[in-house]
Design a protein around this ligand. Structure first.
Ligand code: DGL
Length: 297
């Protein structure tokens, strides 16, 4: 598959008659993540935008992205985007914080369809929430070392005091289903301590998985710290983007959810389904090997 040719069937709105316009709006929102953690974003999207069709692609064959280098995550992100465009995606939502940090700027430059990641909406929500200007960010190693959240926050308010911290043990604990467990509480308390010492009043949960720990983090952070859930804020930003680009699904449509993964086995999926109360139904399998990267070579 070649990116340019897939992308070329995205017509310009001005050229469309009403039937074509409806068909264009009916196309799915394409969402990708390194695995099934990004279903936190899908959950938020389905609640906010029930008319939208969604095609979700989780790269569970190659998770975690959070410990990988920038070039690898960028390559994976282009491959997944190629598959979503082949499904007719009208826009791309990068649900993965790590892929947003490392690939969204280049995806944005390379594609004709709109691309939205989770970092800009989360940063905007944090800037709106903080009263003291002291903001904490937690995420994977790759997200935190990229500095992407700091850049997004400082662009909105250069005077913020930002404490960014990698919490690499959270993802495995969450994937094991230890959402409400003394072992997880111990790790949360340990990771949060430097942020509490820095007297943050707002904490960005900068990873797909962390919304599943929200009750435990809220309990240990205490009532004075506002938690910013990047999944929820991303969904709000997608709604605004679709309205702005004239791409919102027709109101009389009942949205469907299709899920594809790159590996047939996923032990974390039942954990996510239970935690979110989400029924994913049949899961399709997609191979990523051999997807052409016409734009990048
Ligand atoms: N989806 C990743 C993120 O939001 C977490 C899991 C991983 O490391 O791939 O950063």
């Amino acid at each position: 598959m070649d990116f340019a040719s897939v992308d070329a069937f995205i017509d310009s709105p001005a050229a469309l008659d009403p039937v074509e316009d409806r068909a264009r709006r009916q196309r799915p929102i394409g969402v990708f993540d390194s695995g099934v953690g990004g279903l936190t974003v899908v959950h938020a999207l389905r609640r906010l935008l029930p008319s939208e069709n969604i095609f979700y692609l989780g790269d569970n064959a190659r998770i975690p992205y959070g410990n990988k280098g920038a070039a690898t995550v960028e390559r994976y992100s282009f491959e997944l985007t190629g598959l979503l465009l082949a499904e007719g995606a009208k826009n791309i939502v990068v649900a993965c914080n790590t892929a947003t940090a490392l690939a969204v700027p280049r995806l944005h430059d390379a594609l004709r369809v709109p691309v939205l990641g989770v970092i800009a909406p989360g940063a905007a929500a944090a800037v709106a929430a903080t009263q003291t200007g002291r903001v904490g960010v937690i995420g994977t190693h790759a997200t935190i070392t990229s500095g992407a959240y700091e850049r997004a926050l400082r662009k909105l308010n250069p005077r913020l005091e930002i404490r960014a911290l990698a919490c690499p043990l959270f993802v495995p604990l969450i994937e094991e289903g230890l959402l409400d467990d003394p072992l997880t509480d111990q790790h949360i308390a340990r990771y949060l301590q430097p942020l509490l010492d820095a007297k943050i009043d707002t904490l960005i949960l900068g990873c797909t998985h962390y919304p599943l720990l929200q009750p435990a983090i809220a309990r240990l952070a205490g009532p004075d710290i506002r938690l910013v859930d990047s999944a929820q804020n991303c969904a709000l930003a997608v709604r605004d983007l679709l309205q702005r680009e004239n791409l919102s699904a027709p109101d009389d449509q009942t949205g469907t959810l299709q899920i594809a993964l790159t590996d047939s086995s996923d032990r974390f999926l039942p954990v996510v389904e239970r935690a979110l109360g989400l029924q994913v139904g049949d899961v399709q399998l997609r191979r990523v090997q051999g997807v052409a990267l016409a734009h990048a070579v």
